[in-house]
Design a protein around this ligand. Structure first.
Ligand code: ADP
Ligand code: MG
Length: 322
């Protein structure tokens, strides 16, 4: 199977109709996207490298899902509606069964989000998957890291920590040995990006900053605080906790909740006057949302534990070059 045959067989889908905002997809020198008038184009790229982001043994269908999911999650954090994506793929060999499964996982999520594959590049090399997603958001309505205001409420969607627990389990870490189950593995290998919530929040007056949680709650919150020039109080006792996380000794529980990584939940801020509208956005998008703290003047993050007592912890986000 040559390069063009591989693309035709696995990544071209002649039977599938493109949405109205895509004039031209795979097959030409470039794709043509047509954002609606009064909208901005939101663009984001994420790369997945073998042994760094996934193990060679991972189910290729799950890998196809996750490669797109982490990119869709970035669009969710901007409040942008997906338009389409490109896929740059380096493969050690053209393995038909592997490619079929990868494409199945990829397209299932793409179709569920009306986000068609519109182009890409394919080359031989160590397994590496790079996706760029394109989305549209009404001009001026994107949720930015730099938009948090002192006095804002701080919210998180879903729950944090389960992906980290599943990862430690796969690594054979002793404190995670009891953490078995499909639900936990799916949290790591098949994250569900929060696009419906992100899009709903972009229409909420008073919804300000957002970030998607990829490197751990505290580290990612730090990005909002730095970009916005504000501080925050985080009420750790308010964080929603999965039963498997609640069962852990405190240090590991906090490590998972606050520094877990790979959560792909949204962390966002909104003015207290917008509480009802945020709740309505959670309901419309069928996404659980919890208020977990507030944005303060100045800088720095204060963690509060049980009964509001200050909690001091050394938790850090994931940094590939640290
Ligand atoms: P070019 O030489 O212009 O870069 P290519 O031969 O690399 O074109 O690709 C031919 C067509 O196939 C292009 O439309 C390109 O977007 C598409 N394509 C290549 N690889 C992929 C892929 N992995 N997924 C989707 N489309 C792809
Ligand atoms: Mg090319």
């Amino acid at each position: 199977m040559g390069e063009f045959e591989l693309i035709r067989r696995h990544f071209q889908r002649p039977g599938v109709q493109l949405p109205a905002d895509v004039s031209l997809g795979v097959g030409d020198d470039g794709a043509l996207l047509r954002p609606r008038p009064g909208h901005e184009l939101a663009v984001s790229t994420d790369m997945l490298v073998q042994d760094r982001h996934f193990f060679a043994s991972v189910d290729p269908a799950a890998l196809g899902h996750k490669a797109l999911a982490v990119n869709l999650s970035d669009l969710a954090a901007m409040g942008a509606v997906p338009l389409g994506f490109t896929l740059a793929l380096a493969l050690p060999e053209a393995d038909d069964a592997w490619l079929s499964a990868f494409a199945r996982g990829l397209f299932a999520l793409a179709d569920a989000n009306t986000c068609p594959l519109v182009g890409g590049d394919t080359t031989r090399g160590p397994l590496n998957i790079c996706i760029t997603v394109f989305g549209q958001v009404r001009t001026g309505r994107a949720l930015r890291r730099s938009a948090a205001h002192a006095g804002d409420d701080l919210y998180v969607s879903g729950r944090t920590g389960e992906a980290r627990l599943a990862l430690e389990h796969q690594r054979g870490t002793d404190w995670a040995s009891a953490a078995t189950g499909v639900h936990l593995r799916d949290r790591l290998e098949r994250p569900s990006p929060r696009n419906a919530l992100g899009v709903a929040l972009a229409s909420v007056d008073g919804a300000h900053a957002a970030i998607d949680l990829s490197d751990g709650l505290v580290g990612d919150l730090g990005h909002i605080l730095a970009a916005s020039g504000v501080g925050a109080e985080l009420d750790v006792a308010l964080l929603p906790v999965a039963p498997e996380i609640a069962a852990l000794p405190e240090a590991h529980r906090l490590e998972c909740l606050l520094a877990g990584g790979d959560d792909y939940e949204l962390l966002f801020t909104a003015a207290p006057a917008a509480r009802d509208a945020v709740l309505a956005a959670a309901v419309t998008s069928q996404t659980p949302v919890t208020r977990i703290g507030r944005i303060t003047e100045g800088n720095g993050l204060r963690l509060r534990g049980a009964k509001g007592r200050p909690l001091s912890l050394r938790v850090q986000g994931f940094d590939h070059f640290a």
